[in-house]
Write a protein that binds this ligand. Structure first.
Ligand code: AMP
Length: 216
C-alpha cells in the first residue's frame, strides 16, 4: 500500500497517518519528523534547514526529495509507505513521480483531511509534544499534572507552533501546497475526508474511504 495523507498543518495528518500506517503495516514517512530529528541531532542537514523551519517556511525541495529517496530505499519501505507532510509543492510532487517511476511503483490513494481554519489554529496553539516519548497531545486533554499522559514526561511546545509562525505555515499551505489537491485529483484521484470530530471516527472514515476507492 502506498498512500499520501494531505491536509493543512494541524489537520491530524500525524495522528491519523500513524494509525493508518500501523493498521496497514507500513512506515509513516514524515519529512517534518525527519527534519526535527536532524535539528535535534545537530546534523549538517539540520543546520542547513533550521532557519526555514523556525520561520514556518518550507525547506528547499531538493532537501526533502533527498530524504524521501533515502527512505524509499530502506528495507522498511519494501511493502509500501504512507507519506505525511510530503509532497508540499508542485516540484516535490513531480520529483515524487520520478522517484516512483524509477522504482516501478504507483500510488494507491491520496487522502485529504479537511478541517476549518479556526479549528486548525486552536489545535496547533494547544498542541504539546512530550520531550521524552514524543507523543503528541492537546492542552484540553491534560490532567492537572500537565505531564505526558503516555509516560509522565515533560511536555513542550514545538518551536514552529507559536502563533506568528502558525499564521505563516497556514499561508504557505494555501499558496504552495493546496494546489496539489487539484494536481492529485487529476493524476491519481483525491479521497477527501472530514477531519473534525472524534479521532476514532475520523480513522474509520479514512479506512472506509480507502475501501471505497479499492485501495484496501
Ligand atoms: P510538519 O511537521 O509536516 O508540519 O513540518 C514542519 C516543518 O518542516 C514545515 O513547516 C517545514 O519547515 C518543514 N517541512 C516538512 N516537510 C516539508 C516538505 N515536504 N517540504 C518543505 N518543508 C517541509
Amino acid at each position: 500500500m502506498r498512500l499520501i495523507i494531505m491536509g493543512p498543518p494541524g489537520a491530524g495528518k500525524g495522528t491519523q497517518g500513524e494509525r493508518l500506517a500501523e493498521a496497514f503495516g507500513i512506515p509513516r514517512l514524515s519529512t517534518g519528523d525527519m527534519i526535527r530529528a536532524a535539528l535535534k541531532a545537530g546534523t549538517e542537514l539540520g543546520e542547513q534547514v533550521r532557519e526555514y523551519y523556525e520561520a514556518g517556511k518550507l525547506v528547499p525541495d531538493e532537501v526533502v526529495l533527498g530524504l524521501i529517496a533515502e527512505a524509499f530505499d530502506e528495507p522498511r519501505s519494501e511493502n509500501g509507505f504512507l507519506l505525511d507532510g510530503f509532497p508540499r509543492t508542485v516540484p516535490q510532487a513531480d520529483g515524487l513521480g520520478d522517484l516512483l517511476r524509477e522504482r516501478d511503483l504507483t500510488l494507491d490513494a491520496v487522502l485529504s483531511l479537511e478541517v476549518p481554519d479556526e479549528e486548525l489554529v486552536e489545535r496547533i496553539s494547544g498542541r504539546r509534544v512530550c520531550s521524552n516519548c514524543e507523543s503528541v497531545t492537546h492542552l484540553s486533554a491534560l490532567g492537572d499534572s500537565g505531564e505526558c499522559p503516555e509516560c509522565g514526561g515533560k511536555l513542550i511546545q514545538r518551536s514552529d507552533d507559536q502563533a506568528e509562525t502558525v499564521r505563516t505555515r497556514l499561508a504557505v499551505y494555501r499558496d504552495e501546497t493546496e494546489p496539489l489537491l487539484a494536481y492529485y485529483a487529476k493524476a491519481v484521484g483525491l479521497t477527501s475526508v472530514v477531519g473534525t470530530g472524534a479521532v476514532d471516527d475520523i480513522q474509520a472514515s479514512l479506512v472506509a474511504a480507502l475501501e471505497g476507492v479499492g485501495a484496501k
